[in-house]
Structures are given as structure tokens and as C-alpha cells.
Design a protein. Structure first.
Length: 320
């Protein structure tokens, strides 16, 4: 097992209260596996992705739980050790809105050289060659190394960020909404290049986060569904789509619009209401107020348990 997340909890500590964005989340990722994490905006996906690195800049705070990478507990590393020994070389993170993460005053090669210098002692010539090779793997010309971010299209920026994130050959790549804000054509290119890097062994495993389930359907081996800071279902992608066990998963699957498939607007399913306020202590099913199948037994805390070969946080299971 490459990555094991155990009961991880993280909160944003704000003047108006503490927001438990990630609450007792547990899952694992094996070598050679792509895990997709899905859920609506604000459910905690990005906070979870960032928390896996075990860096918690204020107002984000680690509340409990652990992250083990190849058996090493990241709690035992300080920030300097994490940045030197783990981040970039073992775990690499492609942030949401990563197209805006490039320094507009620096050329791509300057950013790449900084990454190399922080982790190894090699010549500028070797750094240049390695960066050029990585750009080539992402179908980007050598000339991109001498460009500034303002000279790149959206799709090119995204691929440059992926190239920079994988320069050091990380074992695990965490890609947070890697196709957001891209047109359909650019999305297709980025996903194709990610699959190619995975197949070529540039990284061994990947966590890809998206609110677009159709992307995960064609890319991930397993999917974890997140709602209001908790995982509500985890299982093999095909089974999740064919027979969802949690009502929220079922609602998400029902909202997927397949390319080329026409659906009348009034027939597109929707969920009433909104997720609960995460500043409050919730001791019952967090989906209770929006669930069409809720009954009295749903008014108690629902645990994530194994059922029918997967994990689900619902006692109803196949009854829904």
C-alpha cells in the first residue's frame, strides 16, 4: 500500500467559527492505482487533497488522524523535511486553478531550475535537458521553456504545471480539478497526457479530483464520493456507476450527462436544499435533510462500513 489516510480531520479556524472541512476521512491508494475523488463544490475535496501533504497553513489546521506514505507517518516530519524529502519527490500536488500558479515574471525554465536546485545538485545543462524531456512527454515544444505564462494558452499552462509537478518523478501525483476552466478540446488533451504519463511510469499512482464524474469514469480504477467533509462511498468505478449504494452517489450518477446523449432539461435530476453548516456539530447523517429515502434510523451517526465489496455510509444500501 503506497498511501494510507487514517481518520484524517482538518478545520479552517475563522473568527466566525471552526469549519470542519475534512472529518475522519480514511482511504488508501495502492501502487499502480488511480483513485478518483468526486463531490459537489465545497464538499472538502481540495482541502483533503492539500491535507494529504500534511502542510497546514493558517487558517487550515490539522485536527486529528494520520497520513502514511510507504509506511512512514508524515506527522513525524517537520515542514522543512516534508518539502525536502517528500513533496515533489514522493508526493506531488497539482493545485486547483493551477493555471494561475505560474509566476508571470519568470520563464518556465527558471521555475523548473528552482525545483531542481531545491532537491538536487546538477548542472544547468542537465536541468535544461531534463525539463525539455518532460515537456516533450506532454507534447510541448522546447521553445516553451523560454516563455512566460502570459505567452501560453490555457491548455498549455495546465500541461506546463503538470510537467513542473512531475519533474522529479514523484511516486504519487495528486491532481486537483486538472481540467477546470479549460475548453472541451483542451480537457481532452490534458487527460490524454495524464494517462500517458501514468502509463509511461512517470508517476506510479494518482489521485484525481473532479466534480465531473464522467472524467473519473474513464480514468479512475476506484472512486471515493465525498459529501460535507466525509466520504460516503468508496468502490470500484464500474460498480459505483452500475449500482450506487449511497443516495448521494445515486443522485450524482443520475446527474451525469453523457456526450451525445440528449436529455430534456426538465428531466435532469436535481437535489433540493443545501449541505449542512460544517461549523455545527453534526451527530446524524449529513445527507438526511436532502435524502428522499431518509427515515428515523437516519437521525443517528452513520459509519463508513464495508457492504457488498465496498465502503458505504448508509444503512439502507441496496434498499434505496
Amino acid at each position: 500500500m503506497m498511501l494510507e489516510v487514517k481518520d484524517l480531520s482538518a478545520s479552517y479556524v475563522l473568527p466566525e467559527g471552526e469549519i470542519r472541512a475534512v472529518d475522519d476521512v480514511s482511504f488508501s491508494v495502492d501502487e499502480g492505482e488511480i483513485l478518483g475523488i468526486a463531490g459537489e463544490s465545497g464538499c472538502g475535496k481540495s482541502t483533503l487533497a492539500f491535507s494529504i501533504s500534511f502542510l497546514f497553513p493558517p487558517p487550515l489546521r490539522h485536527v486529528g488522524g494520520s497520513v502514511l506514505f510507504n509506511g512512514k507517518d508524515l506527522k513525524n516530519f517537520n515542514d522543512r523535511e516534508l518539502r525536502k524529502e517528500i513533496l515533489g519527490t514522493k508526493i506531488s500536488y497539482v493545485p486547483q486553478s493551477s493555471m494561475n500558479s505560474l509566476n508571470p515574471t519568470r520563464r518556465v525554465k527558471d521555475i523548473a531550475f528552482d525545483i531542481f536546485r531545491a532537491h538536487m545538485d546538477i548542472s544547468e545543462k542537465e536541468m535544461y535537458e531534463r525539463a525539455k524531456e518532460r515537456l516533450d512527454l506532454l507534447s510541448l515544444p522546447e521553445s516553451v521553456l523560454n516563455m512566460y505564462s502570459v505567452e501560453l494558452s490555457g491548455g498549455m499552462k495546465q500541461r506546463v504545471v503538470i510537467a513542473l509537478s512531475t519533474l522529479l518523478g514523484p511516486e504519487l501525483l495528486i491532481a486537483d480539478e486538472p481540467t477546470s476552466a479549460l475548453d472541451v478540446s483542451s480537457q481532452r488533451i490534458v487527460l490524454k497526457e495524464l494517462k500517458k504519463l501514468f502509463k509511461d511510469g512517470v508517476f506510479k499512482s494518482m489521485i484525481i479530483i473532479s466534480h465531473e464524474l464522467i472524467i473519473l469514469k474513464h480514468l479512475a480504477h476506484r472512486i471515493a464520493i465525498m459529501y460535507a467533509g466525509e466520504l460516503v462511498e468508496v468502490g470500484e468505478t464500474e460498480r459505483i456507476f452500475k449500482e450506487p449504494l449511497h443516495p448521494y452517489t445515486k443522485a450524482l450518477i443520475g446527474s451525469v450527462l453523457e456526450p451525445g446523449k440528449r436529455v430534456e432539461r426538465e428531466k435532469i435530476p436535481s437535489l433540493p436544499g443545501a449541505p449542512p453548516d460544517l461549523r455545527e456539530k453534526i451527530t446524524w447523517c449529513r445527507f438526511y435533510d436532502r435524502c428522499p429515502f431518509a427515515d428515523e434510523k437516519c437521525k443517528r451517526k452513520q459509519e463508513l462500513v464495508e457492504r457488498d465489496g465496498r465502503l458505504v455510509r448508509c444503512e439502507r444500501g441496496k434498499d434505496i
